[in-house]
Design a protein around this ligand. Structure first.
Ligand code: GTP
Ligand code: MG
Length: 205
């Protein structure tokens, strides 16, 4: 499990030397709401790397279903959230478009786990992210971003449609809502914690 312990800046300065900072990825298809989620939950001003969608990009960027979209992430999003006293999450939002796949290996280094955002109108767009984390055995939860007007499916239906391993959590969320996003992150931390404990027990037995 990747973590850092925060450094005390000096004796008696009151700094919490037992604080944990965990790295989490926010992944999923183009325009599914990754930047929105990181921005909604972050308690620091999120770092964004948005560029305008261009006429040239129309040939390769599938904007079907996200017609209102004018910008896209070209490197990453970055934010931070304190889940509870002494536990912060550093959030790294991935770029959604295929041509930025080469960045994923770098971004996923040392990650505790990932949120794979899904839109039920374009569920297939999250297949590559699901495959990526399954193959690398990085714990992930699927968070269905419930866009207005999209038909609502139950978590069980989504789990079946994505052919997820048993136990992989599926949660419904609104990426624009801080509490909803925080709930997703808590589910991920709990799930990843259980997965890591199970793996540790397997290696010692
Ligand atoms: N109605 C609704 N709109 C949303 C929701 N989440 C995001 N949006 C809108 O959908 C668009 C896409 O959001 P982004 O957060 O940029 O998506 P992204 O996944 O970061 O996109 P890329 O980085 O380009 O892959 C934006 O115009 C958002 O305002 C949602 O939950 N409901
Ligand atoms: Mg983005």
């Amino acid at each position: 499990m990747a973590y850092e312990r925060s450094e005390s800046t000096g004796a008696g300065d009151g700094a919490d030397t037992s604080a944990l900072a965990l790295k989490i990825l926010v992944a999923g298809g183009f325009g599914v709401g990754k930047t929105t989620l990181v921005g909604a939950v972050s308690e620091i001003r999120p770092l964004r790397t948005e560029e305008q969608l261009s006429r040239a990009g129309e040939l390769v960027d599938d904007t079907g279903g996200v017609d209102q979209k004018t910008t896209t992430t070209v490197a990453m999003d970055f934010g931070r959230i304190t889940i509870r006293s002494g536990l912060s999450l550093y959030l790294f939002g991935t770029p959604g478009q295929d041509r930025f796949w080469f960045l994923w290996d770098e971004l996923s280094q040392g990650a505790l786990g990932a949120v794979v955002l899904a839109d039920t109108r374009r569920l297939e767009d999250c297949f590559p992210a699901v495959d990526y984390f399954e193959h690398r055995k990085i714990p992930f939860v699927v968070a269905v971003n419930c866009f207005t007007g999209a038909r609502t499916y139950g978590a069980h239906d989504v789990s079946r449609a994505l052919d997820l391993d048993r136990g992989t959590p599926v949660v419904l969320c609104d990426a624009r809502d801080r509490d909803s996003g925080k709930e997703v992150l808590i589910r991920l931390v709990e799930y990843a914690g259980r997965m890591h404990t199970a793996r540790l027990l397997n290696t010692v037995s």
